[in-house]
Design a protein around this ligand. Structure first.
Ligand SMILES: NC(=O)c1ccc[n+]([C@@H]2O[C@H](COP(=O)([O-])OP(=O)(O)OC[C@H]3O[C@@H](n4cnc5c(N)ncnc54)[C@H](O)[C@@H]3O)[C@@H](O)[C@H]2O)c1
Length: 428
């Protein structure tokens, strides 16, 4: 067996043996082989993918970026130029290890990478994650992980398969890797403000980028390049962006999903054709079985009040998670995090690689799937005006987007209309 084949075999089997508790003396072997070079492949070379590749290369002494893939050749080449400059000797991507097109990810997964970074538009995550786990790769998986119920179920199946194969899935829900947020959430969960009675999640911000329309592009190319504004690609901004807040609410609630939700939303400012068919504001009430409610607000509008924060009200005090602060009921500060603040994006990758090397594999799969479904639930209650349950969300046949991908025409859905648009429920 070649060195690299034996190393890969080691990476796949040593952790399995450890997890099974079969190798009491195996830890020494793990640490010895754990100094081998880990090869990383990047799928989706945009802003976050390129950033994640830099975080990954900073996180471990012995890693190399060896393969890259993007839907578009120009994005791939742009990413290669950028990362070639930034990563110096850790950049080892050859033309043979560079791939594009809708099937490019399959070619990347057929290379000898050990770890893949999944950072495309959200629509493709279920398909790419499934293929990555089938190919035996450890995964860094950007949020959100799906745009519909069918996608979430497919991701959950891959999460179970990753557990069976002892493969890592580290989620890009980065606040769970921020030391100050971790400590604040941990204190709240330990009872520092009593029992949680209510949560308010604000993600109020301005608009994001738009990449224009080139008359030579087909509708498919236009939508792919401006994916934020098409629900089948992004999930809408409540799924694409507000998921960070909803994930913190889920975490505070011990990763127990809410039982039902209702909400209001619309498209007040971004009504021109260039903004596709997504909304520009959502306001959702999530209810848990124990009566706790989370009031979740998100807006992408210029010229308005902006704020991103998680407000928690307990029986004995209050908390602001992003500010890392707790107070008593009189409003006096009882805690403020003042510890280390390394980049949470670096920490994600440090913990991913440390887990692979030690055999303590990380799998964030369940909470990343539940946070995604919680965000989809928020979108759907606003799009339809219905009051929907978690079970209806989890079991829905909802599947967005075309069945296959070609560079031609693709439908532009109607803007959802509450009271008229219907949520697709599973048949009883
Ligand atoms: N965790 C965070 O803080 C954070 C921050 C920003 C973005 N994100 C997430 O990262 C993902 C990417 O966002 P971005 O800002 O980098 O967007 P982007 O548009 O800059 O990059 C996405 C890239 O993926 C490519 N792509 C799309 N479909 C593909 C496919 N089928 N195969 C290969 N490549 C494909 C696109 O061509 C594009 O280059 C999104 O899911 C987004 O929500 C997370």
């Amino acid at each position: 067996m070649s060195h690299s084949a034996s190393r890969r075999k080691f990476l796949q089997t040593s952790t399995a043996a450890l997890a099974a508790g079969a190798l009491a003396s195996g830890a020494r072997d793990v640490h010895a082989a754990g100094s081998d070079t880990l090869k990383v492949g990047l799928i989706g070379c945009g802003g976050r993918g390129s950033g994640a590749a830099v975080n990954a290369m900073r996180a471990d002494d012995n890693v190399k970026l060896t393969a890259m893939c993007d839907l578009f050749e120009d994005r791939l080449e742009q990413g290669k130029r950028l990362l070639g400059r930034q990563l110096a000797e850790k950049y080892a991507v050859t033309p043979e290890q560079s791939f594009s097109g809708f099937d490019g990810y399959k070619k990347l997964l057929a290379t000898d990478v050990d770890v893949v970074v999944l950072a495309t538009t959200p629509h493709f995550r279920p398909e790419h994650l499934e293929a990555a786990i089938k190919a035996g790769k450890h995964v860094f998986c950007e949020k959100p992980v799906a745009v519909d119920s069918t996608g979430v179920r497919r991701v959950l199946e891959s999460v179970r398969e990753a557990k069976r194969k002892n493969l890592s899935i580290v989620s890009g829900l980065c606040w769970r890797y921020d030391y100050g947020v971790r400590e604040t959430v941990s204190r709240i969960k330990d009872g520092a403000i009593g029992d949680i009675r209510s949560i308010q999640e604000n993600y109020l911000t301005g608009p994001l980028w738009h990449r224009g329309r080139n008359p030579e592009w087909t509708e498919m190319e236009y939508q792919q390049r401006n994916w934020m504004y098409f629900t089948w690609l992004s999930g809408d901004h409540i799924v694409e962006q507000h998921i960070h807040s909803l994930d913190k609410a889920l975490w505070l609630m011990n990763d127990e999903p809410p039982v039902r939700a209702y909400g209001l939303g619309g498209r007040q400012v971004r009504h021109e054709e260039k903004w596709g068919h997504v909304y520009d504001h959502f306001s959702v009430v999530y209810e848990w079985a124990n009566g706790v409610r989370c009031h979740a607000y998100t807006r992408q509008m210029p010229g308005c009040f902006n704020q991103t924060e998680d407000f928690v009200v307990g029986t004995a005090g209050t908390g602001k998670v992003l500010a890392h602060e707790l107070a008593n009921l009189a409003g006096e500060q009882t805690y403020k995090y003042k510890g280390d603040k390394p980049s949470m994006y670096d920490v994600e990758h440090k913990e991913l690689f440390a887990g692979i090397r030690s055999g303590n594999i990380i799998n964030n799969g369940e909470y990343m799937s539940y946070s995604t479904l919680m965000a989809i639930m928020g979108r759907e209650v606003c799009y339809t005006g219905e009051n929907l349950t978690w079970d209806e969300m989890m079991n829905s046949p909802m599947k967005l987007g075309p069945d296959s991908y070609t560079w031609g025409d693709v439908e532009v859905p109607q803007v959802a209309m509450p009271g008229t648009t219907k949520f697709p429920k599973a048949k009883a």
